[in-house]
Write a new protein. Structure first.
Length: 215
């Protein structure tokens, strides 16, 4: 059977991404990591490029009839809704918005007890995760970051399917997609890591705090 392992762990993936980004002529301002798995990579990239690190907190709004089907997404400041949400009751959407934003605010307090929340307005942002499958959640995240005023968004990921990379490259809000590998077939992100253990909130918060101390 073909060896599907591309990375020993998230740290190795972060080092490889940092190598690519270090050679870029772009002057970045900020690294945003998708918690929790994106933080080990984001910390390495931020350290190598001498940039501040923060998390991007977003969550999808699920349909009343199928919670896994996203009809929109929220950040701490913004909201986007899909064009086909006409069948959803306004009352339901507003109720979900209130409930989800409360959860995001709670997570924000967790992550920023001892760190400074970074503003994205007018910043050239590197957005990083440990891999992407369909890309739908990432597209919603990008839309929300753009809505908060980011000047540029560079998406940096270790691995994703070719179809997803093309979808992401088609976004009007993503200036560049850096993807190290586009393997075929693609079943799950974890199959390309030797160690793809879950990153706990405690570990993620510690990574964020240590990154700020280094900077």
């Amino acid at each position: 059977m073909e060896n599907r392992i591309l990375f020993k762990n998230r740290e190795e993936a972060g080092e490889k991404l940092a190598n690519q980004l270090s050679s870029s002529e772009n002057n970045f301002d900020l690294v945003l990591a998708v918690p929790r798995g994106g933080l080990p990579l984001g910390a390495i990239i931020a350290n190598r490029l001498h940039l501040p690190l923060d998390v991007v907190l977003t969550k999808k709004i699920g349909s009343r009839y199928n919670k896994e089907y996203a009809i929109g997404a929220l950040s701490l400041k913004g909201r986007i809704l899909q064009a086909d949400t006409g069948f959803q009751e306004t009352e339901y959407i507003e109720s979900e918005t209130k409930r989800i934003r409360k959860l995001l605010e709670e997570r924000d307090r967790q992550y920023h007890q001892r760190t400074i929340r970074q503003e994205v307005k007018n910043k050239k942002v590197i957005l990083v995760d440990d891999g992407i499958a369909t890309g739908n959640t990432m597209l919603a995240t990008v839309d929300l970051i753009h809505g908060e005023g980011a000047a540029e968004i560079t998406l940096a990921i270790p691995v994703a399917p070719s179809s997803t990379v093309k979808k992401l490259q088609a976004s009007p809000y993503i200036d560049k997609v850096i993807c190290l590998y586009e393997p075929k077939p693609f079943y799950a992100i974890g199959e390309f890591y030797q160690d793809f253990g879950q990153v706990s909130d405690e570990e993620a918060i510690s990574i964020l705090e240590k990154a700020e101390m280094v900077l």
